[in-house]
Design a protein around this ligand. Structure first.
Ligand code: COA
Length: 331
């Protein structure tokens, strides 16, 4: 068995900043309401014609540069997104073409906010067994074209933003850092608590004018329900990961939670008893970028010098499905 580690990280956020004050012009909401409930001050939106694959490409190039590798060194792609450019083919294939890579395999992961951690787990297994040497794991989302930017959709619309993050996973030498574990979960009985109903193959046709009128092509969320489950499951999956590695919460240098909502992160860190300075947050600037949030946060944390060799970093996510997941990495 080989050991696997993260060889490079990269992120890309679209330049267009959309503040809470900008949203006040589109819907009945307020900066105060949004900040109080979510911690979010602003988010980024793409310009027209930019897809999740484009954000993934930019983030990937930065991750490759940091890993001192070229696209031709990559043996496999894992692309996590809930907002692919098209229904099919997936973003992995589009990224392969845009980066001028060899005809390597490209797997699209559909696990929403947990997509990146699920993808990291897949990459970890392939690298450990020696099947692939360098895998690009990407999380990228364009939410801005799919949310209802008016008062009717405000509970969801104020939360989400666009962005991309990527890491290169590869062999780890002796004494180097290592992905120590990943834990993945799902509970489909809550599928409709946070979902996007249409277009859907169970309907014929998949999208009708009536569905459009009823807004079924926008995400819908039972916010309070999601909040409660997120707080419980985050704690559970982090404790499960610590136990599996014989670690205590005091051993964790940095906790990177999926940036769902600042209030969720605060509740989780308080319950776990981990000091706020060890819990990374950038949701204030970018909102919830779903599968992109963890790789963006990891990249920023590294750039801010928050991780050094030997440190323990725990990644954890919760989201639609419901799904929840964690990864423990010795840096
Ligand atoms: N601006 C202003 N008011 C809003 C609003 C907005 N953007 N969105 C909803 N409201 C209103 C509601 O209409 C409601 O008004 P009413 O009392 O007159 O009916 C009131 O605010 C309270 O709504 P409620 O949905 O009960 O608020 P909440 O305190 O539960 O907060 C969320 C809503 C969405 C912020 C909160 O439930 C949450 O953060 N949930 C988790 C969401 C999440 O993290 N999702 C991603 C998971 S990956």
């Amino acid at each position: 068995m080989y050991k696997s580690k993260i060889l490079g990280t990269g992120s890309y956020l679209p330049e267009r900043v959309v503040t809470n004050a900008d949203l006040e012009k589109l819907m009945e909401t307020s900066d105060e309401w949004i900040q109080q409930r979510t911690g979010i001050r602003e988010r980024r939106f793409v310009d027209e014609g930019v897809g999740a694959s484009d954000l993934g490409v930019k983030a990937s190039l930065r991750a490759l540069e940091q890993a001192r590798l070229s696209p031709r060194d990559i043996d496999f792609i894992v692309f996590a997104t809930l907002s692919p450019d098209y229904n099919f083919p997936g973003c992995g294939c589009l990224l392969q073409e845009k980066l001028g890579m060899q005809t390597v395999g490209a797997l699209d992961v559909r696990n929403q906010c947990c997509g990146f951690v699920y993808g990291l787990s897949v990459a970890d297994q392939y690298v450990k067994t020696g099947m692939y040497r360098h895998i690009l794991v990407v999380g990228a989302e364009v939410h801005s074209t799919g949310i209802e930017l008016n008062t009717h959709g405000r509970d969801v619309a104020v939360i989400f933003g666009d962005g991309g993050g990527a890491v290169v996973v590869g062999w780890s030498g002796n004494g180097d850092g290592q992905i120590l574990s990943t834990h993945l979960h799902s509970e489909g009985k809550y599928a409709k608590k946070l979902w996007l109903e249409a277009p859907a193959s169970i309907y014929h046709p998949r999208l009708t004018e009536q569905m459009l009128r009823e807004g079924k092509h926008y995400p819908s969320m039972d916010g309070r329900y999601v909040f409660r489950h997120a707080v419980d499951r985050f704690q559970e999956v982090i404790n499960e990961a610590l136990l599996a590695n014989n670690l205590r919460i005091e051993d964790v240098t940095l906790l990177i939670l999926h940036q769902a909502n600042l209030r969720i992160s605060e509740a989780v860190s308080q319950s776990l008893g981990i000091p706020a300075e060890k819990v990374f947050s950038n949701i204030q600037k970018y909102g919830n970028t779903t599968a992109a949030s963890i790789p963006i946060a990891l990249d920023e944390a590294l750039k801010e010098g928050k991780l050094k060799p030997g440190d323990i970093v725990v990644l954890a996510a919760f989201g639609s499905g419901f799904t929840w997941a964690s990864a423990v990495i010795r840096w």
